[in-house]
Design a binder for this molecule. Sequence first.
Ligand code: SF4
Length: 435
Amino acid sequence: MSTTPLTLGTRPRTSPETSSTGLCDPALADGPWAMDAVPGEAPPAPEYGPGSSRDDVAPAGTPVQQRIPEEYRRAPLPELEARITAAKAALGDRVVVLGHYYQRDEVVQHADFLGDSYQLAQQATTTAAEHVVFCGVHFMAETADVLTGDHQDVVLPNLAAGCSMADMADLDSVTACWEQLEAVYGAPIDEPDAEGFVPVVPVTYMNSSAALKAFCGDHGGIVCTSSNAAAVLEWAFARGRRVLFFPDQHLGRNTGSAMGVPTSRMPVWDPRKPLGGNDADVLHDARVLLWRGWCSVHQRFTTAQVEAARAADPGVRVVVHPECPKEVVDAADEAGSTQHIERVVREAPPGTSFAIGTEITMVQRLAAQHPDLTITCLDPVVCPCSTMYRIHPGYLAWVLEALVRGEVLNQVRVDARTAVSARVALQRMLEVRPR
Ligand code: SF4
């Protein structure tokens, strides 16, 4: 079996969370096909698998990746690289490979475009390729399918590459929330009052299913990413008295806080509790209702890690992603999207020292690309996004060689009605310029 061990680039510290492999879970050293379904065998446990998301159980509807043929599992990495290169050459302009920053280097080297979810969504609107192979996670492939034409197909090399945060809000629970808010604020809540404001504007983070983007499209709402969240909230506040922000509470809280909204006016909505665990007065006073969701990768960062980084290097510049908890963002020198972090590092003068709070694969790549800088990850435990990690070169070679044969594997399709409404919310987002 071919496995690709992670190369470590973090400050050497011991931690009880660190396994003997140096990873947060030794199972990460296995090939991702260890989590795939095998015909004739019981399906794997409905979990996202080892790593950062190991505590997040996948919902029942999560696609199960069938185990790929043995030739792709056994092939050594150089052979897979050669086969991917040859398949891409054979397909020429008919295929484009999009790669997210959090993808492993062995995959990223084959990407025609590298970016965060906002940049890749923009790329999906402009590509003319017949086949879009999306090396990212499920919601990104869905978004690409919504934004591309009917003559194009979107392929996710490993269908089990989901996002635990995206799955923390589903259409049923958001609809139930909406109905409760209608009862509190007076139905219907997407019609403006005498001053032109609706009671609530729904805003979904890009990290959500197409069904939730469609919900926003149907209810006067919009999509945001970590690159444009402040501009999107401004858009929403121009139309509504409140925002229902899902699924990431941290991005919503950090963005609202930076815009001057007090945390007391940003209550958390817990979908398992009546009125989200709030009373009606709190909901009336709310400016931003925060869905109780989080990213397992970014929620790991702590203020103690920031303090340790500063103690080790008083001149260090601490930069974190806004999916981190607010106290971590407050303790950092700055916070910004993946795209922002990449730019800050690229523009830094030689000798700058960074401690970065985002996904480890990206931090390691930045460190390798900028040997004139000192770049470490805030978290001493190597814990990549385990779902991003599921896109292994073996899966990429498998889907590309199938395309060469005229076979489309692992196509991600959004039904036409959902796509129409989701496109409305996405187009609103693309028309809002990041601040
Ligand atoms: S890093 Fe977090 S938000 Fe991004 S895909 Fe992984 S689990 Fe989802």
